[in-house]
Design a protein around this ligand. Sequence first.
Ligand code: SAM
Length: 291
Amino acid sequence: MSEHSSTSAQKASIGYTAYMTAAVRAHESLREDRLFTDPWAAALAGAEGERRFRQLEDAGGSIIVRTRFFDDFVQRIVNEQGIRQLVMPACGLDTRAFRLEWPPAMTVFELDQPDVLHYKEGILQAQQARPGCRRHLIPADLTETSWPTHLLEAGYDPALPAIWLVEGLLFYLPNEAIHQLLGLISKLSAPQSWLAFDAIHSAMTSSPLTRQRMERVSRLGVPWIGTIDDPVSLLASLGWQATVTSTARKGYEYNRPVYPFISSDQLTPETEKLYHWLVTAVRQSQVVQQG
Ligand SMILES: C[S@@+](CC[C@H](N)C(=O)[O-])C[C@H]1O[C@@H](n2cnc3c(N)ncnc32)[C@H](O)[C@@H]1O
C-alpha cells in the first residue's frame, strides 16, 4: 500500500458512487430530450443506485452534463485523430464500450476496483450486452503504482497515442494521489495523446452555496477532498496543453440545471469555481516533465 492509498472501507464506499451515476444515466435515458441513451444503466444501478439517486441535489445534473460532454469528446477524437486506444481509469459502471459507435480495431481498457468490475460483468452478461470494440477489464487500485504494469500486460501500447478519460474520480482522492495518478498517466502517454477529466476547485469545498452537497457526500463516507485549482498549469507541468470549461457553462448549453443553481448571468470566474471543471488536454510533442 502506498502512502496515498485509501483504506478498504473508503474504497468500498466510493465503489457505491458508481451505482448512483448509473441511476442518473438511467433516468436521463428515459427523457424525450435525453442527451444520451444508456440501455444498461437501469440494470446496473439497481436498488442501491436508485436510493442514492433520490438524495441528489440536482437529479444528477452535473453527471448528465459531463457524460454528454465526454461522449462527444471521445467520439470526436477517435474520428478526427484516428486514435484506437481508450483508457478509462475508474470506469465504474460506464457502458461507453457498448453504447458508442467504434471504428474497427478500437480497444477500450477499463480499470476499477475488482468488486465493481465483477458486479458490472455479471449484470452485462445477464443482459447479453456485446461491446462494439475490443475490451479489457483491469482490476486496479488507482492510488497505487502497480496498475500501469497490468495495463501494459493487457496490451496497451505506450508508443501509440491514447485517449484517457478519468471521470468522476479525482475529487475523491487526496491531492497527492491525484498528482501521482496524473503523473503515471503522463508517463504512459505518447505525443498527441488526449486526456480528459472532471475535477473541482478548492472553493467548492468551503462555499456556503455548496455546503448541502459537501455535507451529503461526507455523510455517505465519500467526502470530496481532492482539488485542482489551476488545471491548465498543472497539466502544462506534466507536458499537456489543456482547455477548461465547467459543468455550469455546459449545463446552460445543454439545458440541464446544475447545482448550485444560479442564472447564467450570475456566472463569473468566481462562481464558476463552485462547479466541476471539464478538462481536456493534448500531449505535447516536446514533453519536458517537471519533477
Ligand atoms: C463516481 S464513480 C464514477 C464511475 C464512472 N467513471 C462514471 O462516471 O460513471 C467513481 C469510481 O471510482 C472508482 N474508484 C475510486 N477509488 C478507486 C481506486 N483507488 N482504485 C480504483 N477505482 C477507484 C470507484 O470504484 C467507482 O467506480
